[in-house]
Design a protein around this ligand. Structure first.
Ligand SMILES: [Fe+2]
Length: 213
């Protein structure tokens, strides 16, 4: 039973993550070495600052999954979908219907409540990515309360956990998932394994949610 990385940009040449197959393979080796058995590839969709080669996602993922399997890692395809002004943005659900979403960092995303409601009506579970990035957000913000009532899961990046940036969320049990959001940093797999080990409450939530343990 190993760890899961559920937020990553490791499909070569697809978004602003790893650029080459060699880099992608080096990342897979590093994850295998750090004890990971599952990786969800979550390329950006609709992010206004990132160009994603959407048409190549599935073929590149097929290559990635095969390379992962050779290293004892099960790969899943998901997406990190930017929820903004795009009408009816698409997300790729992974592991029993989870979707990963990101929003504007500076402006409170009022449209998020409606989007989440629609997704839940379709039987999906919503994960809000890297909550430490949102300047509008705080543990006591009314929108945080509403999102929790809706059942939204909160994800934090291992770097933010490691440097103490999300302590105020962790101490209130507002972090459900720790992930790497790895764009090609070879130090992330070991750091993610370390932070997961240091936060057994989060690790047990993740194992229950993703049913990999
Ligand atoms: Fe990401």
């Amino acid at each position: 039973m190993g760890f899961i990385e559920m937020h990553s940009h490791l499909l070569p040449g697809i978004d602003d993550g790893v650029a080459s197959q060699e880099d992608s393979i080096a990342m897979l080796d590093a994850y295998a070495l750090a004890g990971f058995t599952h990786i969800v590839a979550t390329p950006h969709l609709y992010n206004p600052n990132v160009l994603t080669r959407v048409q190549d996602i599935r073929t590149t993922f097929a290559w990635f999954a095969q390379e992962a399997e050779q290293r004892g890692i099960q790969a899943e395809l998901g997406s990190e979908t930017f929820i903004g002004s795009t009408k009816e943005p698409k997300a790729i659900p992974f592991l029993h219907g989870f979707i990963l979403v990101e929003v504007e960092t500076m402006i409170e995303p009022m449209y998020l409540i409606k989007f989440v409601r629609e997704q839940i009506d379709q039987g999906r579970a919503v994960i809000l990515a890297h909550i430490e990035r949102y300047r509008w957000m705080s543990p006591t913000h009314p929108l945080v309360h509403k999102l929790r009532e809706q059942g939204v899961f909160f994800q934090s990046n291992c770097t933010a956990v490691h440097n103490g940036e999300v302590n105020q969320y962790l101490s209130r049990d507002l972090i459900d998932i720790i992930a790497g959001d790895n764009h090609g940093n070879p130090e992330v797999p070991a750091l993610l394994a370390q932070t997961l080990t240091e936060h057994p409450r989060v690790l047990s939530i993740m194992n229950r949610l993703f049913a990999i343990a």
